[in-house]
Design a protein around this ligand. Structure first.
Ligand code: SF4
Length: 122
C-alpha cells in the first residue's frame, strides 16, 4: 500500500491489453489507489497524491478532462504558475490542448456526487 507504483500508474491500459493471462492490472491499480485512500495509507510522494486528487476533481466536474485547468491548478499548487507554459502554444496549435473547458456530459455531475458520497471521498 505504500508503494509508489500505484500512484505513478497513468491508467493507460497497456499492461491490461497485453497481459497473456488476461489480468486487468489497470483495474488492480485503481482498486489499490482507492484502498489506500480509504485506509489513509501513507503515500511517500505527496505530490503524486495531490495530482491524483486534482485529476479526479477536474474529471468529476464535467466527465471530461480539462487539461488547461488541471495544468493551471497544478502549477499554482507548486508555486510555479508559469511552469511548462512554453509547451502550451504548440499543444494548442496541434489541437492537443484546449483553452476552453469541454462541455459537460449530461448527468455526469450528479452521478459523480453519488460515487464520491458512496466512497466517502472528497
Ligand atoms: S495501466 Fe499498466 S502499463 Fe499503463 S501506466 Fe498503469 S501499470 Fe503501467
Amino acid at each position: 500500500m505504500t508503494s509508489n507504483i500505484t500512484w505513478i500508474c497513468a491508467g493507460c491500459y497497456a499492461c491490461a491489453v497485453r497481459c497473456p493471462n488476461d489480468i486487468d492490472i489497470t483495474t488492480v491499480m485503481d482498486e489499490m489507489r482507492l484502498k489506500a485512500l480509504e485506509t489513509s495509507a501513507e503515500c511517500r510522494r505527496p505530490e503524486i497524491l495531490r495530482f491524483h486528487r486534482m485529476f479526479l476533481k477536474n474529471l468529476s466536474g464535467r466527465g471530461r478532462m480539462y487539461e488547461m485547468g488541471l495544468m493551471g491548478k497544478l502549477n499554482l499548487s507548486k508555486g510555479k504558475p508559469f511552469s511548462n507554459m512554453s509547451l502550451a502554444p504548440k499543444l494548442v496549435w496541434t489541437g492537443r490542448l484546449h483553452i476552453l473547458p469541454p462541455k459537460s456530459l449530461k448527468g455526469f455531475k450528479g452521478w459523480m456526487r453519488k460515487v464520491w458520497k458512496q466512497k466517502n471521498l472528497k
